[in-house]
Design a protein around this ligand. Structure first.
Ligand code: 2M8
Length: 446
């Protein structure tokens, strides 16, 4: 299975970077590259470094790291492709590559630290830390400068593609305010529905209309931060995005100490983020972190696993972490004896509109599970951490390296429960990390 996982990463490699999947995602994606580098680091450090190096060549002058760095795809298999974004020639866009104009969760602080820990050749690894430190600083600087209008340490996402959980129910109320009958939506053609099952699993047409409307708004504003900030109808402080930022801040503080670099920005940013996560997003009644809608100025109650993921950082107290743990182990995520779930569905199964097959509205994803696993280990909640790891391994070994999985454990034997694209890179990369990770990090530290 380890060989099979490596083969997926090999097959998706185009000589410059690793595609998230053979044809559905033919370019380089932001947080995918981070997870892919974690897997590669266990057997090919050079390629792991090259993966990040290539992605950061797409970094904008203002520090923004785009969610897609476009490669050559003669078959033009992805919408929205390089021409749709119209980023070329705008003030901050890079000149070497064409990129999208939005970002994704900033995983690179902790990815870099884990890569350093896994490295056998520490001299070389130190050089890479030095190279990446200013780039990641500039990314965090962009987020705190342009995405935190209240200066409260909580950055906002401005498109459902930014948090990476594209059609999560969390965005529903905000997107519902965008009436597709009233909006001017440029004509476009989706390319993600080639697979016959895709219509049932992928986002709806209405979702796509809104995604395209938002991209059109950004390009009309020529990616000017102030203009977008004052007109964008979608500005959400997402607990997953901010928790990832916080864990990356912590990791950059550690890296800064190794390098003897100034860490004061990371310390200040992180103190504020941790404080506001608990002041503004923590839901004491349900023991989960909520999202916050900055446009309507109201909380979005969020019974998705994104609200549990802040356990990855030094955000919850032990008491809060225990509430998160009981949520994970409770009937809404683990299910009941009659109706058990693989950990951890992306959406509470107590919600009426849970859909076990639809993208980010119920299925298990390997990357969010990997994050929960890391968080539970941090709080020494090893039993549940181990369950999450074993559930991932079982799903991957039973069905293969699919993109997402049906969480229901009691489906009839032989039911196909792996959905989306097959040969999905981060499922393979994180499988490698699950199998090799903790043991190898310990060995190199010792
Ligand atoms: C999915 O998102 C892209 C848009 O960015 C899409 O649906 O076309 C998400 O799962 C996202 O988190 C992921 O980074 C991307 C590539 O795997 O696919």
């Amino acid at each position: 299975m380890l060989d099979a996982a490596k083969a997926v990463l090999e097959a998706n490699y185009n000589g410059l970077f690793t595609k998230p999947a053979p044809s559905l995602y033919p370019h380089q994606w932001n947080w995918d590259a981070g997870f892919i580098a974690l897997g590669l680091a266990h057997f090919d450090m050079e390629r792991a470094e090259a993966e990040l190096r290539h992605l950061f060549k797409g970094q904008w002058k203002n520090g923004m790291l785009p969610h897609i760095v476009f490669g050559d795809d003669p078959e033009d298999r992805y919408f929205p492709g390089p021409n749709f974004w119209e980023t070329e020639g705008t003030e901050n866009a890079p000149t070497e590559f064409i990129t999208s104009g939005i970002t994704q969760p900033p995983v690179f602080g902790f990815v870099l630290l884990k890569m350093y820990r896994a490295a056998k050749d520490k001299t070389r690894a130190l050089e890479f830390l030095k190279e990446m430190f200013p780039k990641i600083h500039s990314l965090h600087d962009y987020l705190y400068k342009f995405r935190d209008p209240n200066e409260e340490g909580l950055v906002y996402v401005r498109h459902p593609w930014e948090p990476g959980t594209d059609n999560s129910p969390t965005w529903d109320t905000v997107l519902a305010r965008l009436d597709t009958n009233q909006l001017e939506i440029p004509s476009y053609q989706r390319k993600d529905l080639q697979n016959p099952k895709a219509t049932a699993h992928r986002p709806t047409q209405e979702d796509y209309d809104r995604y395209v409307y938002l991209v059109d708004l950004f390009r009309k504003n020529k990616y000017d931060e102030a203009a977008i900030d004052s007109t964008c109808p979608f500005k959400i402080q997402d607990p997953l995005f901010n928790a990832i930022l916080s864990w990356s801040n912590e990791s950059m503080i550690e890296i800064g100490k190794i390098l003897g670099e100034d860490i004061s920005d990371f310390v200040l940013w992180n103190e504020l983020t941790v404080h506001s996560m608990n002041e503004k997003l923590w839901d004491e009644e349900y023991g989960i972190y909520n999202a916050y809608d900055l446009v309507a100025d109201q909380v979005i109650p969020c019974e998705t696993n994104s609200g549990l993921i802040p356990i990855i950082a030094d955000i919850p107290t032990l008491e809060q972490a225990e509430r998160i743990l009981s949520n994970i182990e409770g009937e809404f995520f683990r299910g009941t004896e009659e109706n058990p779930m693989y950990l951890c569905p992306t959406y509470s199964i107590g919600c009426e509109d849970i859909n076990f097959e639809k993208y980010w509205r119920g299925p298990v994803w390997i990357n969010t599970n990997w994050l929960l696993y890391q968080g539970l280990l941090r709080f020494n909640m090893t039993q549940t951490a181990e369950k999450i790891k074993q559930d991932c391994i079982e799903l991957l070994e039973k069905h293969g390296f699919y993109e997402y999985f049906d969480p229901r454990k009691n489906l009839p034997e032989g039911t196909k429960a792996g959905y989306g694209t097959h040969q999905f890179s981060w499922s393979a990369a994180l499988y490698i990390d699950f199998i090799k990770g903790e043991q190898e990090y310990k060995e190199t530290v010792e």
